[in-house]
Write a protein that binds this ligand. Sequence first.
Ligand code: PBG
Length: 327
Amino acid sequence: MPFPATRLRRLHATPVLRGLVRETRLHAEDLVLPLFVQSAACTSSGRTPIASMPGVERLSISAAVQEAGAARALGLPAVLLFGIPEHKDPGGAGAYDDEGVVQLATRAIKGAHPDLLVMTDVCLCEYTDHGHCGLLRADGSVDNDPSVELLARTAVSHARAGADLVAPSDMMDGRVGTIRAALDEEGFGDTPIVAYSAKFASAFYGPFREAAGSAPAFGDRRAYQLDPANGDEALREALADVQEGADVLMVKPALGYLDVIRRVKQATRLPVAAYNVSGEYAMVKAAAAAGVLDERSAVLETLTAIRRAGADIVITYHAKDAARWLS
Ligand code: PBG
């Protein structure tokens, strides 16, 4: 029935009516807070601000335990750990060291907050002196298969430290299957894999690379991360990860890739996580600081849009603020 029988404004009339017909809801339970943990002593508070990401800090292990407790108290279900090691080398040995920064932080956080989920980023780029996500060949290209072996060692080491979920972000081929087999072999058959399946070679990782000190020393990541122009290929990556045993699929970044989130969800029906990345966070913070956006409405609208596109889980540096605003 066309207008005037149909009047869509009828259901917009009051806040209660709008709430009744709202299709997408945002809860603290949907959000994951990333944490940067560093092993070297920083300030006496154990917190070093990250200039490009106001409100985000590099944390000592004890500050990370505090921050994890604050996240839990706000109703967030999980944190995602990134490590900043003291030493880097060509093989990224710090990534799979049982006494590495993520392993130590995982044990400390699980010890203090056993019901908070600890998810760990599995990658070599924060641990290699060249900043690439895998081992280099003599010509400077990333050597896929030996890198995958080290990523599997890293994932097992995280699981042994108590990680509840492991999240490989390297974009090497075949890593999900190899990690699954290694976890199963080592007795971690119940540890889920959150695969960064559709991770695009994006300009929006800039602030993260400053935070984690993981910018590639030469070249870029386009030989392994996805071309921002490719949606069908993103779907092939996701389907390959499903076949290899991924439990959750991730799309990253979120905002420029809402169509990919929707397509991955529709094609797989697996839980989908979207990573609202550092550059997306930095833009909102900069605009809010300049007085051109209302931060609270912009953040809640953005996170709702990511959920509406099809994401079940949103990884975001806004998680604590959003949880406060939603409570
Ligand atoms: C790589 C990794 C990156 C991010 C998460 N994991 C950076 C990259 O690929 O260069 C980016 C996260 C963000 O920008 O918030 N281990």
